[in-house]
Design a protein around this ligand. Sequence first.
Ligand SMILES: [Zn+2]
Length: 290
Amino acid sequence: METRTNTTAVFIGGAGHSGSTLLGLSLGSHPQVFYGGEARKSIFFGNEKKPLRKRMCKVCGPECKVWNHLVVNDEIDLYEALSRRTGRPVTVDSTKSLEWLKQQSELAHGRGAKTILLFLSRDGRAVVSSGLRKYPEETATQHAEKWMSQMEGTAAFAAQFPGVVERVRYEALVTAPEATLRRLCDVIGIAFDPAMLDPFSSEQHPLGGNAGTQSLLQKAQTKPEGGSMPISGSKKDYYASHPKSFVLDLRWKRELPAEALAEFEAVAGALNVQYAWNEDATDTVTEGTS
Ligand SMILES: [Zn+2]
């Protein structure tokens, strides 16, 4: 059997709207790491029933030197194919689907890759607020239930995960990026690289993910007509004035209506005790390391 090029398969698990695109771009700025975004979307590439934006690189569009004609088969799994193509031995996949994570982590583990699950979390109130911003037709209760179910499902998956599980808080990543990323580098087994602190300047080829965060990527490499998603309204204003660095997004404090907050507390208040972020806390650096 040929030697495996993909030594390490990293998964970012957890709920949506929790900063996985930012974490993925940070990790993918390391010269040994390729961040594939929500890599499960690659299975839709040949499926013309799916919208085009869901089956192409968010930066390059349909003409992507990484994703185009990538051969995945019984011998070469997705991460091995990506590592061979990019020359980067570590891959990062931020697909949220637990079924996919289970299947792919077992496959990579069985083939000798080191597998790592980064269990990303964020204050549930911020997650629900982002959800309402994107899908206002759903109620706060529905968003809270979705968050809770994904967090509980990911925790159950983490307990069975064939590899290392490391908890990461979104708030720790943005308030103490270097300390957080150094810790993750130790877990992954790579040396920290300062390029990780500048996640919007390196070459990236993510599938799916947060269009707002991706809009911060260097304009030189984005092609609006093909790849990167247009954003509009208050989201556009927010990201237009966003510095190209780590910023703690606390928009929920202004935007989440009192009734929605009450709905959230009724459904998910108990679970959120462990995830609630107190910005006045002085132990922001050490939080999330447990
Ligand atoms: Zn690309």
